[in-house]
Design a protein around this ligand. Structure first.
Ligand code: SF4
Length: 179
């Protein structure tokens, strides 16, 4: 009676923007902890894949803050929170929600920012990418709605790149939450 809520690409790295997946399929270190704990998984749909598919270009959090993407994120988040609420009402435990730090959508502690990105992709300077200590579009909407509904579940960010945080620390937090 324990369910961990996982950002989609923890179980399916194929959803990542092409070329940036850090693992071939699943994030095995995370999966090993969940398996050992005996918990099940509620996999959140990938907002970016639904919005613009596998062949999408890289985007900043500022671009994803457009109304249409926020509206899609709100629909997905509400459906996920409905399920969380139902599990809780029936006595199940939801020990953690796992986010992906660095993502402009599913980051929690860090999100990719490039406010100047717009227009002709070929002329962009990709080195301008940086990260700001804010949640991505989807995680912000999810955490705000959880607060509105008085649901308090820790959100743990897993760094999508080694320079964005300590994987060991993230794994320790997950292990601690699932005990
Ligand atoms: S971080 Fe979120 S938006 Fe990006 S690939 Fe994973 S699930 Fe999709």
């Amino acid at each position: 009676m324990k369910v961990v809520v996982c950002t989609h690409c923890i179980l399916n790295q194929n959803a990542k923007l092409e070329g940036i997946a850090g693992w071939p399929g699943m994030i095995e270190e995370v999966m090993a902890i969940i398996r050992r704990s005996g918990a099940g998984i509620l996999q959140i749909p990938c907002p970016e894949v639904i919005y613009e598919g596998i062949g999408r270009f890289d985007k900043s959090v500022e671009q994803y803050r457009c109304p249409a993407f926020q509206s899609l994120s709100k629909t997905i988040a509400s459906g996920v929170i409905d399920q969380i609420e139902d599990y809780l009402n029936w006595g199940y435990q939801i020990p953690a929600i796992l986010a992906i730090d660095g993502s402009p959508t599913c980051g929690f502690n860090l999100t990719q920012s490039a406010p100047e990105w717009r227009g002709r992709v070929a002329e962009m300077n990709w080195k301008e990418v940086r990260y700001i200590p804010e949640p991505g579009v989807f995680m912000k909407i999810l955490s705000d709605e959880m607060k509105e509904r008085s649901i308090d579940i820790p959100i743990i960010g897993i760094p999508e790149l080694p320079e964005l945080g300590s994987m060991e620390e993230a794994l320790e937090k997950i292990e601690g939450a699932l005990k």
